[in-house]
Design a protein around this ligand. Structure first.
Ligand SMILES: O=C1O[C@H](COP(=O)(O)O)[C@@H](O)[C@H](O)[C@H]1O
Length: 271
């Protein structure tokens, strides 16, 4: 295993606990909207990485109905994903499909989000640059090309900019009960992948084929925010916060350069 097996340099984690998963999603949505408004007061565009998973999608649904939603200039927001389930376009299990239904379709239709600012990892069977995407590796490679188009390679702050990705302003992550983040699973080869993206096979959580950002890419984010709920996540949340080994608890390796924030519900915080 490479240097990713040890916790990364980056912002030390801070923890905020909310009473339950519903309030966690509402609070994360409010926090995200405030962050977008704040960042837009000093720079544009803003790059946000979305997560799939239960709380991640509930957070997007809460953004959709927030009265503050339209205080964001969505024309200057670019949206990416930390991971994707490698399935055909429109499959209900794709993180992209769920995010579009929860929020993105509305933003494109009526809030000024350009369709071209939505950057999913290409789905199984889609055609990208004249080639049909048939493997997670092909999707990961095409996703890396798209990320590189928006890359910020300024490494003046000491971060490793070799992953060729945007300087994400917020990168949202869920966490599985096994401690996985994005599609980086305990003991899997993807933990050691270098560059921006990796194709994943044999995921212990269905579907088995996925595409993920690497730790190199995740660690380019200014702010990494976990949204984690449920008693089944408590042990791994505690292990990650205690600085556990990344091979056992991948969440321990996901840090932002300026902030690492764990947004938990009370059940997940009780480990
Ligand atoms: O499969 C995935 O699972 C994780 C966690 O999901 P949850 O439902 O347990 O919260 C998610 O973060 C990831 O994006 C997704 O692909």
């Amino acid at each position: 295993m490479s240097g990713h097996a040890t916790p990364a340099r980056g912002a030390a984690p801070a923890v905020v606990v909310h009473p339950d998963a519903g309030l966690l999603a509402e609070a994360a949505a409010a926090r995200l909207l405030t962050r977008l408004i704040d960042v837009q007061s000093v720079r544009t565009p803003v790059h946000v990485v979305l997560t799939g998973g239960t709380v991640g999608i509930r957070t997007l649904a809460a953004v959709a109905v927030s009265p503050v939603r339209d205080a964001v200039d969505w024309s200057g927001v670019h949206l990416w994903w930390g991971d994707e389930r490698f399935l055909p376009d429109g499959d209900p299990e794709r993180n992209e499909t769920q995010a579009r239904e929860a929020l993105l379709d509305t933003l494109v239709a009526s809030a000024g989000l350009p369709a071209g600012n939505v950057h999913p990892a290409p789905a199984l069977g889609t055609v990208t640059a004249g080639t049909t995407v048939e493997t997670p590796e092909q999707s990961a490679a095409a996703y890396a090309v798209e990320l590189a188009r928006y890359a910020d390679t300024d490494d003046a702050d000491g971060r490793d900019a070799s992953a060729q990705v945007p300087r994400f302003d917020v990168l949202l992550l869920g966490m599985g009960p096994d401690g996985h983040v994005a599609s980086l699973f305990p003991g899997h080869a993807g933990l050691a992948a270098v560059g921006a993206t990796v194709g994943v096979h044999g995921s212990p959580k269905p579907p088995p084929e996925r595409v993920s950002l690497t730790f190199d890419a995740i660690r380019c984010a200014r702010e990494v925010w976990f949204v984690v709920a449920g008693a089944d996540k408590a042990a791994q949340a505690a292990a990650a916060l205690a600085g556990g080994a990344v091979t056992d608890v991948p969440a321990a390796g996901a840090v932002g350069t300026e902030r690492t924030l764990w947004l938990l519900d009370a059940a997940a915080a009780n480990g």
